[in-house]
Design a protein around this ligand. Structure first.
Ligand code: GAF
Length: 399
């Protein structure tokens, strides 16, 4: 994995080598961490991600013959060539591979055409070469970055005039329908809409956004990302299972979505579900997690950043015990970091592996990171990758 400074040049060079021509431009879309609000997005709830400096780059050029040629500098295999007018989602029961990594960008072209945004037999044809610094399988939204960078490139190549939020919606639809992963809208929105220096407060029902200043360096704080190197996959059924449980919970409670269960009425709601212990736990996670997002927002607005630490740790306990999406490695990060003096820590993203975040005083960042690395070695786990989460810009054109 190489740094993002030389990234645009590398993307252009890669494009020239693969396609033997000059690209019309280079676009970037970032990965993200989620500060708080896990598995709330498909419950119409609240989330608070921030974009990472790690990006997926696309060097791209439009074509006039309706052919889509996709190439990744990071994935094995050569150019994937498709006809835009033949793109169609694979039926749910068809089984098998939906096209590997190329299904994500192909799905975006399909979604743009299906929504009538790209019209005409050949519209959407393009050559695209990708190179990414977003770790894959680490719960840091490498897939969303790939989708959003594709949509951003096509948006300009075809003069579509799409706003970032609309790009996020179309990319989510690509992932839901074409790739077949029932994700919410957080990751695509983070990648499309985040801004430098801010966390993004998103109400996923209203689709209202607020940029919340999150200048940790100015406060002498640091947010560490700890990639456990335990690969996580959203498409393996456990994510869909959690989503189905939430929908069952909402039906049982007679609400449109779990967002509509007020925190103050949680006990009564859980009483209604008594007897189904799994549903009780899933509902309790979502309702308390939405409340935690609101608490974090209040504290950030009040300038009390340090005080969000225990809320992050509570969020982890809820993900671990009620939503049951953590794993031993993520739990070890949280326990070790807190014992070593962190202000708070939690898993981030879909779970079942992937990454955790740790809020620390800048002065403690090194010793806390070292404690986590040593604990992993002592447990016989693969060494974690640790780096700071610097709130960065969303999707943009680089050249
Ligand atoms: C994954 C999904 F893609 C998001 O939509 C969200 O549900 C997240 O898991 C959990 O908060 O990243």
């Amino acid at each position: 994995m190489s740094d993002s400074v030389s990234g645009p040049d590398r993307a252009v060079e890669g494009f020239r080598k693969v396609f033997g021509a000059e690209p019309e431009g280079v676009w970037a879309a970032p990965g993200r961490v989620n500060l708080i609000g896990e598995h709330t997005d498909y419950n119409d709830g609240f989330v608070m991600p921030l974009a990472l400096p790690h990006t997926c780059l696309a060097a791209a050029r439009a074509r006039t013959d309706g052919v889509l040629r996709l190439h990744s500098g990071d994935a094995p295999g050569g150019v994937v060539e498709l006809r835009v007018d033949e793109l169609a989602p694979v039926a749910d029961d068809a089984g098998g591979d939906r096209g590997g990594w190329a299904a994500y960008p192909a799905g975006v072209v399909w979604a743009l055409r299906d929504a009538g945004v790209l019209t005409g037999a050949a519209a959407g044809g393009a050559d695209l070469h990708y190179t990414s610094t977003v770790p894959t399988g680490a719960g840091l939204s490498s897939s969303a970055a790939l989708e959003v960078v594709t949509a951003s490139a096509l948006n300009e190549l075809y003069g579509l005039g799409l706003e970032p939020l609309r790009i996020a919606q179309l990319c989510q639809r690509a992932e839901n329908v074409f790739v077949g992963v029932p994700c919410g809208i957080m990751d695509q929105t983070a990648s499309a809409c985040c801004t430098d220096g801010n966390a993004l407060f998103l109400d996923t029902r209203e689709l209202s956004l607020r940029q919340v200043p999150f200048d940790l360096a100015a406060e002498g704080l640091r947010l560490l990302v700890v990639d456990t190197q335990v690969k996580h996959e959203l498409g393996d059924g456990a994510y869909a299972n959690r989503r189905a449980a939430c929908e069952a919970g909402a039906r049982a409670l007679g609400v449109r979505a779990l967002r509509d269960v007020a925190y103050e009425r949680l006990d009564a709601a859980l009483g209604t579900l008594a007897g189904d212990e799994t549903l009780v736990k899933r509902v309790r996670h979502v309702v308390t997690e939405n409340h935690r997002v609101e608490e974090v927002i209040e504290r950030l607005d009040a300038g009390a950043t340090r005080s969000i630490g225990p809320i992050l740790t509570d969020g982890h306990a809820s993900c671990r015990d009620d939503f049951e999406i953590s794993c031993a490695e993520l739990d070890l990060v949280v326990e070790t970091a807190n014992a070593a003096g962190a202000l708070g820590a939690r898993m981030t993203g879909g779970g079942f592996g992937g990454s955790a975040i740790v809020l620390v005083e800048e002065a403690d960042a090194e010793s806390v990171g070292k404690a986590v690395t040593e604990a992993f070695a002592a447990a016989g786990y693969r060494a974690p990758r640790i780096f700071p989460a610097v709130p960065s810009a969303g999707a943009r054109r680089l050249g």
